[in-house]
Design a protein around this ligand. Sequence first.
Ligand SMILES: [Zn+2]
Length: 202
Amino acid sequence: MSMLSPFKGTFALTSPRGYRTLNGTREYHKGIDLVGKEDATVYAIADGTVYTLYEQNGFGNYIRQHTADGKRIYYGHLKSFIAKGGSFVKKGQPLGVMGATGHAFGEHLHLELRPAGSSSSSLDICEFTKIPNTFGTYCGKPQGEFSKDKTVDMLMQCGIVDSENRENWELMLSGKAPLNQQYVRILFERCCKKLLEKGVSA
Ligand SMILES: [Zn+2]
């Protein structure tokens, strides 16, 4: 399965899931903190009914999404909501805008997964999304697939693809020519890194 991303394009993981020390207090961070680098819009990573909620000293403006198999996805610290509370939102549709509401030091998205009916236990959001639980910059698409056009654009910007072989790449990426997915993924990730270094999406 490919990565489920709540952001379009590149995003950074700024705080992994697990124990961390904040202001001298050791606590278990149940989710992951992500920062969208190209687009502050937060997209649903699954299908499900969403609830728009507020928690002053916690998640701030946040969305809780209920999946068909009973999981709860939390999208915390939003600046504003796009999805309507009580509505059914499909994977890849916009939920809100990344912000710093509630208990947050800067703009980021807190993404967390919980089993139904539990406020204390959490599930492994990284296992669910396939986002590595380590600091770093990643590329994603809300539907968990490559953005085909964007991939070619990025490959061109990095000088890996030039205008002469652009057509071939587009054929490959559209599935009309044989393609090594793993190879393209590696190239794509390398490009994202390069673009970030160049400050294109910073
Ligand atoms: Zn967090």
